[in-house]
Design a protein around this ligand. Structure first.
Ligand code: NAD
Length: 289
């Protein structure tokens, strides 16, 4: 294990992402002390019981006291309230980051609360599973995954570098980009695919009650593979769509257009069109590991 990069890390929210961060940081000796806080007493008890963090605080204020890194790992819709709650208790020189799946809306609600003496560097690890909660984390979640940072124009480069060092030490690759660009890219690569997966399960359910139907029993590779992500946390995903509204609606509109073209090709028996389209998409998909 290496020298700690941070002395005192405060994780607000103790779900999949925060839990995985804690395990990765403790395994790698990247933080001298990891504090955790979650709003629900059950989550705090579970975190204590399984030793997810070094110490569980009873309030967010207590968790961030003296911390040189604070990570907001709550659903996107809760970021503003949490930021307001901790703001008066942050230490000068501390780095504040978040792991929210949407970036511009988090900046809009968090930045106004951040004191001048604190470095706010928004971020998003492109890593996850369909599991959630304090028991779902694992130390290798971020290995060989991207972790996007969306620093503000006045972000301190040294602070960005220090946070990047932590991210790299957890096994991830860092890239920086502007928040609006992040939100458009993620609408295509993550947000709309989740919406479509949720919709497909909904369609199957409307055809026959999913739990007792043939959809489950005969769940073929297509439905099973494609809808795995529809088991993801409903609160998290509600917030993603409410807070990445424009990009989601834009990409969804384009998706619907493409779908109608394919629908028409099927209706017209245009096998040539379907074959050409699938040949193109197969080549693209095979280029993604
Ligand atoms: P999770 O559901 O596993 O955990 C969320 C945690 O936040 C829980 O411990 C919950 O008790 C706590 N919480 C909720 N509201 C709170 C509040 N107001 N104050 C304090 N704690 C509160 O979720 P997760 O998957 O770890 O997601 C956390 C964040 O990371 C979200 O913003 C999400 O968009 C983002 N993210 C998720 C994934 C993924 O695939 N799951 C990937 C990248 C980023």
């Amino acid at each position: 294990s290496s020298e700690p990069i941070f002395q005192r890390v405060a994780l607000i929210g103790l779900g999949l992402i925060a839990g995985s961060m804690s395990l990765a940081m403790r395994e790698g000796g990247l933080a001298a002390h990891v504090m955790g806080y979650a709003r629900s007493p059950e989550t705090r008890d579970t975190a204590r019981e399984i030793g997810l963090v070094d110490e569980v605080a009873e309030t967010a204020a207590e968790a961030v006291k003296g911390a040189d890194l604070i990570v907001l790992a709550v659903p996107v819709g809760a970021m503003g309230d949490v930021a307001a709650e901790i703001a008066p208790h942050l230490s000068p020189g501390a780095i504040l980051t978040d792991v929210g799946s949407v970036k511009q809306s988090v900046i809009d609600v968090v930045a106004p609360h951040v004191p001048e003496c604190v470095h706010f560097i928004p971020g998003h690890p492109l890593a996850g599973t369909e599991h959630s909660g304090p028991r779902s984390g694992f130390a290798t979640l971020f290995r060989n995954r991207w972790w996007l940072l969306t620093p503000l124009p006045d972000s301190d480069p040294d602070a960005v570098e220090r946070l990047s060092a932590l991210v790299r030490a957890m096994g991830a690759n860092v890239d920086t980009m502007e928040a609006p660009h992040h939100d458009r890219v993620l609408a295509v690569t993550s947000h709309v695919p989740h919406l479509i997966a949720y919709t497909m399960v909904g369609v199957a359910d409307h055809l026959s009650r999913v739990t007792e139907s043939e959809v489950i029993r005969y769940s073929a590779a297509g439905f099973r593979d494609f809808t795995r992500i529809a088991a993801s946390d409903p609160t998290m995903w509600r917030d993603v769509f409410l807070h990445n509204k424009e990009a989601t609606l834009d990409i969804l509109g384009r998706f619907a257009e493409e779908l109608f073209v394919l629908q028409r090709a099927i209706r017209m028996g245009d096998g040539e069109h379907l074959h050409r389209y699938f040949t193109g998409t197969r080549a693209i998909r095979r280029g993604i590991i």
